[in-house]
Write a new protein. Structure first.
Length: 345
């Protein structure tokens, strides 16, 4: 009996000791995890790079990675787009018929689904040359096709690329030509097969180290009227510290994940716009000087812009003629005719 009691007491003590050790170990683990997280953040801070397109910290060195410019369809039968929300820079220009089209510029992100993809226009080429980017499109206007050859633009065109690069997406309920899609992995694979130069030579935007508020006027809501039935608008969300994007009164979502498209920075760039031919093709003068507006964090300032030639960076200046710094995040550049109909609330 005495031996049995001794054994029981020993087991109880061992159990208590284990419980105590277990509790202590859990606390130590929490501290260790906290230390690891802190160390990880410190290491990441030391080892991260800055994306030249968005000013955002990334783990990967992007210096040997070339930007990719992709043309997006924006007719009503083509909405909504997939992968557009992952563009670090996006442009909206008018095309024929008083509709607009988008071009997304990518570097750090690689969307699995991208589309619908449409044809080239010459003023989009003038924009993408600023980034020395690959150009993903499907055909184009006669002038755009000629300019691609003249300027030696490395293109990924549905008319000449191998079959694996583009496909008709029959799962989205859209009819041809509004259902042509691709993905970044296959675009990069084709880039490698063609032996395109992976080193890009371009001038990056200037960015603040962190998001800063403008010394400007209130801009919680912006409405840009491209035509009677063509409106782009943004509403500022304080929690997101970004503008939520709307097109023709509807929330602009990414088809691939149903998330709202947002913009940290919005630049309105006024450019002389004229009709070229009886098919309504446009000439938009972006190698010039002009005025515009810059929006971020719920405020805006008046700006001016200047582009010297096709290859030079478009510079944006504040009223003191200092080049503006963008906040880290994505940027939408809204190219409009001169004196556009814009409402700011």
């Amino acid at each position: 009996m005495i031996l049995i009691l001794i054994c029981i007491l020993l087991l109880i003590n061992i159990g208590c000791s284990k419980d105590g050790e277990s509790t202590k170990t859990e606390e130590e683990n929490k501290d260790e995890i906290s230390k690891q997280n802190n160390n990880s953040k410190e290491n990441e801070s030391k080892s991260t790079f800055i994306s030249p397109l968005s000013g955002v910290k990334v783990k990967e060195d992007l210096s040997d990675k070339r930007p990719v410019a992709i043309m997006f369809d924006n007719q009503k039968d083509a909405r909504w787009q997939a992968g557009l929300g992952e563009a670090e820079i996006a442009y909206e220009f008018l095309v024929e018929g008083n509709i607009t089209r988008y071009m997304g510029i990518y570097l750090k992100n690689s969307p699995d689904v991208i589309g619908p993809i449409r044809s080239a226009r010459p003023y989009y080429l003038t924009a993408l040359l600023e980034y020395d980017s690959l150009y993903v499109h499907c055909g184009g206007s006669p002038e755009a096709k000629e300019d691609i050859i003249i300027h030696g633009i490395d293109e990924v065109d549905c008319m000449s690329a191998p079959g694996y690069v583009f496909y008709r997406n029959n799962k989205v309920g859209k009819k041809s030509p509004h259902n042509l899609y691709s993905n970044m992995n296959d675009i990069r694979k084709y880039e490698e097969e063609k032996g395109f130069n992976i080193k890009a030579n371009y001038e990056k935007f200037s960015f603040n180290d962190k998001k800063e508020e403008l010394d400007g006027q209130i801009a919680n809501e912006i409405q840009i009227n491209y035509a009677k039935y063509n409106q782009t608008s943004y509403k500022y969300d304080e929690e997101l510290e970004a503008y939520i994007r709307y097109k023709d009164g509807e929330a602009h979502i990414d088809e691939s994940n149903n998330k709202n498209l947002t913009a940290t920075n919005i630049i309105v760039q006024e450019a002389e716009t004229s009709v070229l031919d009886d098919q309504g093709r446009l000439e938009i003068s972006t190698i010039a000087k002009g005025k515009g507006k810059y929006f971020t964090r719920g405020k805006y300032i008046n700006i001016s812009w200047e582009k010297e030639d096709k290859y030079s960076k478009t510079k944006y200046f504040n009223e003191d003629q200092n080049e503006i710094k963008l906040n880290p995040g994505n940027t939408w550049i809204q190219v409009t005719p001169i004196n556009p109909s814009i409402k700011i609330f």
